[in-house]
Design a protein around this ligand. Structure first.
Ligand code: PGA
Length: 252
């Protein structure tokens, strides 16, 4: 099955509202002719509504970087899935390694968020990936396997068919050290194989699996040439209109 590529920009904790609006105006322009692939931006919460306004009528879609695992309630400082939808989001990144590392998010929590996001009509981008010590100890596959099972367990095949997975080796995030296309492909194929065992081969064939970790204009083409890499989750390079545009326009 031909999978439609998805390039997602994860802006992390960068950009004020006016800086966000500036960047997204440029992207709206530079990406206006792009038709055969999806482009997504995930600004900080404070900029979502303003960015959504700018993106009206454009092909670029909007997502958030996190959400709470409850529908609503007394959870000071948290943001609900309905609030994200109301602000114009179609996607939400879940279980990013920075959330797992600094905010102690577990597979069980990511799983709960994933189910809630789906129930509330948001497309989850569920992140998995091994740390450097785990790779060096030869534990990449068991670590990724348990994250995939733990984060996506209990979904119906129909729900799983709506999920996007991002493989982000933690040692490649923000370090300038990209996994080689072969290293990435190997894990992507492994993830797809597990998706097949859990949800069936047609779900596995259709699932978009993104690579993240120092994706740049000069390495995106070789990553996208791999058969199981369906897009990118891009941090640093998504903060510059020119770089993100080039990434979205890979191999063209
Ligand atoms: P990076 O971040 O592209 O800056 O390495 C990727 C990510 O954390 O999603």
């Amino acid at each position: 099955m031909a999978r439609r590529p998805l390039m997602a920009g994860n802006w992390k904790m960068f950009k004020t509202v006016s800086e966000s609006v500036d960047l997204v105006k440029k992207l709206k322009d530079s990406l206006s002719g792009v038709k055969d692939r999806d482009a997504l931006v995930c600004p900080p919460f404070t900029a979502l509504a303003a960015v959504s306004e700018v993106l009206k009528g454009s092909a670029v879609t909007l997502g958030a970087q996190n959400m709470n695992d409850n529908v609503q309630g007394a959870f000071t400082g948290e943001i609900s899935p309905a609030m994200l939808k109301d602000a114009g989001c179609a996607y939400v990144i879940l279980g990013h390694s920075e959330r797992r590392q600094y905010y102690f998010e577990t597979d069980a929590l990511v799983n709960k968020k994933c189910k809630l996001a789906l129930e509330q009509g948001l497309t989850p981008i569920v992140c998995v990936g091994e740390q450097l010590a785990e790779r060096e100890a030869g534990r990449t596959f068991p670590v990724v396997e348990s994250q995939v099972k733990g984060s996506l367990g209990g979904l119906t095949p129909e729900q799983a068919g709506k999920v996007v997975v991002a493989y982000e080796p933690v040692w490649a995030i923000g370090t300038g050290k990209t996994a080689t296309p072969d290293q990435a492909q190997e894990v992507h194929a492994f993830v797809r194989d597990w998706i097949g065992r859990l949800f069936g081969s047609s779900i596995a064939d259709g699932m978009r699996i993104l690579y993240g970790g120092s994706v740049k204009p000069d390495n995106i083409d070789s990553l996208m040439a791999q058969k199981d890499i369906d897009g990118g989750l891009v941090g640093g390079a998504s903060l510059k209109a020119e770089d993100f545009t080039r990434i979205v326009k890979f191999l063209s």
